[in-house]
Design a protein around this ligand. Structure first.
Ligand SMILES: Cc1cc2nc3c(=O)[nH]c(=O)nc-3n(C[C@H](O)[C@H](O)[C@H](O)COP(=O)(O)OP(=O)(O)OC[C@H]3O[C@@H](n4cnc5c(N)ncnc54)[C@H](O)[C@@H]3O)c2cc1C
Length: 400
């Protein structure tokens, strides 16, 4: 029995159905979960429109006549919904039913380690996979509840471009959206309490993206701790603390993008005493089992990565271990998790970065290649950035 039909739940049930196992997939809201409805798909569709605009603004660089191209925001957002609709069939009830999955639309409640309640019925099962995902974390900022703030959940309903947009958060979602909205015509201020945006990456990456953002007119306010939202004479202000000084930032709309918290409450896990980590994700062993050996989890609810492809990766381990556990089990392998932040410049990596290698005391050597030297990048007018490879000390000399 799989709870949640996002990336983790879909892939888990797909695998179970592929080996002719009896599998039920329970979804309380929309098939496809966040990735399809409010995450990857709409964000990448929006970024594409914004990118086309940015290219049009650079027309002369490519030997073309300058044109004054503007976004019709409502049309752009309608296109985003069209893209969601186009992808929808891949994750639909019809598709999964045809694969042999028993799809149940309803809210699941774990009743015992061997039973789940849905639509007033108790269904029994040998194993459960919790794939309930995560939701935007909204920090307790004074006055925030007095305004209609945006999150990645409701952002896609916007049809009017905010003139002044504050993006709270310098992580991947905040950075992608800050740039997309700036390109579409909003005046964007991105507020981050840490000393740099994209904190998971090496400092040189943060500095590079920040430089690009500045060049595109985005105000990147690092070291700014949001403290209060005030509405004065119909105007919204975000009050921040910046090194002991009060900074007031005016805005029309505020997008809260400061992280995502795992959906672990209100469906029976507390009653069973299923434990969570400090970051709120479910505690698991390397087989992705919770404290009950037949209750597994995968995806954003499991952490530590919150990506679609890691949800699918974990789904394989959770479903294979749930199906074949007593015979053969596999420990989840996170050694080579790739990820990309779709800012322009895009930032992609796999494995640990330089900062983490230093923190973990791993001896390494760095090999760099500057993309300004790459013929294809030169042809594309994208001859900037770099590739950085960390190898075990001495390995490169050995290979050469
Ligand atoms: C704006 C944005 C952009 C993103 N961009 C990318 C990207 O470019 N690349 C990438 O890899 N990742 C991206 N992500 C992250 C990605 O969307 C998530 O990692 C992924 O969707 C997690 O899948 P999941 O199956 O764990 O959870 P979800 O997709 O959240 O699915 C969980 C499902 O469980 C259901 N559910 C919850 N509780 C119950 C219950 N009690 N009963 C029944 N159903 C229940 C929910 O309704 C939901 O449909 C992005 C996220 C956001 C918000």
């Amino acid at each position: 029995m799989v709870i949640g039909a996002g990336s983790a739940g879909l892939v888990s049930s797909y695998i179970a159905a592929a080996v002719r196992s009896k599998v039920a997939l329970i979804e309380k809201h929309k098939m496809g979960g966040d990735c399809l409805n409010t995450g990857c798909v709409p964000s990448k569709a929006l970024i594409r429109s914004a990118k086309i605009l940015s290219y049009a603004r650079r027309a002369e660089e490519f030997g073309l006549e300058k044109i004054d191209l503007k976004a019709d925001f409502a049309t752009v957002m309608e296109r985003v919904q069209q893209k969601v609709a186009q992808v929808e069939p891949h994750d639909s009830v019809e598709r999964y039913s045809s694969l042999g999955v028993d799809v149940i639309e309803g809210s699941a409640r774990v009743h015992s380690p061997w039973s789940v309640e849905v639509n007033g019925k108790i269904l029994t099962t040998r194993s459960i996979i919790i794939a309930t995902g995560a939701a935007p974390f909204v920090p307790p900022i004074k006055g925030l509840d007095k305004i209609e703030y945006l999150t990645s959940d409701n952002l896609w309903e916007l049809r009017e471009l905010p003139e002044k947009l504050v993006v709270l958060g310098g992580g991947p979602i905040g950075s992608e959206m800050a740039q997309a909205f700036a390109r579409l015509g909003s005046q964007v201020a991105q507020v981050e309490m840490a000393s740099r945006i994209m904190l998971r990456e090496d400092p040189e990456v943060s500095a590079y993206v920040e430089e690009k953002f500045k060049a595109e007119g985005i105000r990147t306010l690092t070291d700014h701790r949001a403290q209060e939202v005030r509405v004065e004479d119909g105007q919204n202000w975000l009050i921040c603390d910046h090194q002991g000084q009060e900074v007031k930032i005016e805005f029309d709309r505020l997008l809260v993008a400061v992280g995502r918290k795992a959906n672990v409450q209100g469906f029976g896990l507390e009653e069973l005493g299923i434990e969570t980590e400090r970051d709120g994700t479910l505690s698991t062993d390397p087989l992705l089992r919770t404290k009950y050996p037949n209750i597994y989890c995968a995806g954003d609810v499991a952490g530590p990565y919150q990506f679609t492809h890691t949800a699918a990766h974990q789904a394989w381990y959770a479903s294979v271990n749930a199906l074949f556990g007593p015979l053969k089990s596999f420990k989840v392998d996170y050694r080579v998790i790739p990820w990309c932040t779709f800012t322009d410049a895009e930032v992609a990596r796999v494995g640990i970065n330089e900062t983490e290698a230093v923190e973990q005391g791993v001896p390494f050597e760095v090999t760099r290649y500057g993309i300004e030297d790459l013929d294809r990048a030169i042809c594309d007018n994208e001859d900037h950035g770099w590739v950085k490879i960390l190898t075990r000390r001495g390995l490169i000399r050995f290979l050469v």
